[in-house]
Write a protein that binds this ligand. Structure first.
Ligand SMILES: [Zn+2]
Ligand SMILES: [Zn+2]
Ligand SMILES: [Zn+2]
Length: 509
């Protein structure tokens, strides 16, 4: 048929895959789209860095290659000479509901990052694998009874809230619920009585969870000083954590906390050393548990509540020692490194999806459609919105950096923090991982002479070429639906292959 992209095999293979994938889009249209391209393979290579992305950013302009030592421009190329006259970059969104491909990249990066902190690699010494390590889950306290999915030891569902006496609240809602809710029952996490539930307190708690964590780690470090005195070694806690919305709309945190040794010399304190032998993960767990239970504070006054709100953790504190290998797990309370890494990575992308909240900021003209008083989520958003509104007489600057944040983060139910964070010494960074991937893509997927490559000259000096881009924003999205499907299919396959290979490598290592 077409003189298209060189090979009839690619042509028909792509068409078959796409017709399976596309559903409503006729395969013929896609084959035409692919065939229209003079050099399909070249086009695919060109779009590879953004291929799986649902809403890539289109850039146009000039790309310069510059010799770093001399500042001499060795080549320049305008995007007009490239396929589609553009460069595509992935949107980089972390949410699976916005861009499945970029969320998957983020998940895989988080997996690597967490794993590097557990077993070493990516610049982290392999000796960290022997450090005591604890997987800690901390939750919010109760803001009122909610429907829950409960099971017995064998996993059979139990009644939600069994109560012998037939009492009800002042709003006429019964205190008991005898139903056995399944895990995916939409009522799970919904208050028994919307009017009894303390929505303002939950909103304020979500806003302060970052501060609560910070103070908890200070308390834990204070407890660590006693261990330092006992062992005569300097110690540090390194962690990575993810935030997750529970069904009721309160945030909870999963953290991986590792005990490191550090050099007493401040100039060398950035090094990750082995802690002295004899400190067990169970000891670290104990130390964290006491930090969690002893940390609480009262918020600043609010016009609505002049004495502030109490902020502390819920009773459900669960520090579990992390064991390196899946084999010889003799204690059910322990958890393996692989399970931890997969768990944290999954929540880094799923965190925001579960509570059914919104992804966009609210505006005064749109907010009323999200504050339905007959729903739990409506009441949560309404609480944020009301408590975040600046009362007359308050300094706008002061308000916006304090309670005004509730207003700004109403779409996140008051949570203003990052979903996935880590302490400075935990392991590598997302930025470093992304750069490594860009380098890899450029070197492997692109037959053009690679920039940023170090060439060795006769006199033994390194000459580094850098790429400087003078690009501007040219739009969002693929040119056509057919282009999107072509690029996405190719990317999906590559992704599946990479994911399997990479995670097998990491987890068997
Ligand atoms: Zn994307
Ligand atoms: Zn119930
Ligand atoms: Zn009530």
């Amino acid at each position: 048929m077409s003189t298209g992209y060189g090979s009839a095999t690619v042509d028909s293979l792509a068409a078959r895959r796409l017709s399976r994938l596309a559903g409503s889009t006729p395969a013929a249209e896609l084959v035409t789209a692919a065939g229209r391209r003079e050099d399909f393979a070249g086009w695919l290579r060109h779009v590879t860095p953004a291929a799986g992305c649902a809403h890539p950013i289109r850039l146009s302009g000039t790309v310069f290659r510059v010799e770093q030592a001399t500042g001499r421009i060795t080549s320049e190329r305008h995007t007009a000479q490239m396929p589609d006259g553009l460069i595509y970059t992935a949107c980089g969104n972390r949410r699976a509901s916005v861009c499945p491909s970029c969320a998957e990249t983020y998940r895989a990066d988080t997996f690597q990052l967490v794993t590097a902190g557990l077993v070493g690699g990516k610049g982290t010494p392999a000796t960290v694998a022997a450090h005591p390590c604890v997987f800690l889950t901390v939750t919010a306290p109760s803001f009122g009874p909610v429907h829950t999915h409960r099971t017995d030891r064998k996993g059979r569902p139990l009644p939600c809230r069994p109560r012998r006496d037939d009492t009800s609240c002042e709003h006429g809602t019964g205190h008991a619920c005898w139903e056995r809710h399944t895990e995916d029952d939409p009522r799970v996490g919904q208050p028994l009585c919307l009017d009894c539930y303390d929505h303002p307190h939950q909103a304020v708690w979500n806003l302060h969870v970052g501060e609560l964590w910070r103070r908890t780690m200070i308390a834990a470090t204070r407890n660590l000083r006693q261990l330092e005195k006992l062992t005569g070694h300097k110690l540090r806690l390194s962690y990575t954590k993810v935030a997750e919305f529970q069904a009721r709309g309160a945030v909870h945190l999963h953290a991986l906390v590792r005990l490191d040794g550090r050099d007493p010399d401040p100039a060398l304190s950035h090094l990750t050393l082995s802690p002295p032998p004899g400190i067990s993960a169970a000891q670290v767990a104990l130390l964290l548990r006491s930090a969690v239970t002893e940390t609480s504070f009262t918020t600043a006054p609010h016009p609505y509540r002049p004495h502030g709100w109490p902020i502390g953790w819920g009773e459900q504190v669960d520090p579990r020692p992390v064991r390196l290998a899946a084999r010889d797990l003799d204690d059910a309370a322990e958890i393996t490194t692989t399970a931890v890494a997969a768990y944290l990575a999954k929540y880094a992308t799923k965190a925001t999806e579960t509570a059914g909240h919104l992804s966009a900021r609210l505006r005064p003209d749109t907010v009323r459609s999200y504050t339905d008083h007959t729903t739990h989520s409506g009441r949560q958003i309404d609480a944020c919105w009301r408590l975040g509104q600046r009362p007359v007489g308050w300094d706008p600057e002061e308000w916006s950096t304090s309670w005004g944040r509730l207003w700004r983060w109403a779409h996140m139910l008051g949570f203003a923090g990052h979903f996935s964070t880590r302490s400075r010494r935990y392991s590598t960074t997302l930025t470093a991982l992304r750069q490594a991937r860009r380098d890899w893509q450029r070197d492997h997927a692109n037959p053009r002479p690679a920039a940023n490559k170090v060439e060795r000259l006769d006199d033994g000096e390194d000459t580094t070429e850098v790429v400087i881009s003078a690009l501007h924003f040219a739009g969002i999205g693929w040119h056509t639906t057919a282009d999107a499907l072509l690029a996405n299919t190719a990317a999906a396959q590559a992704r599946a292959r990479r994911r399997t290979a990479r995670e097998e490598l990491w987890t068997t290592g």
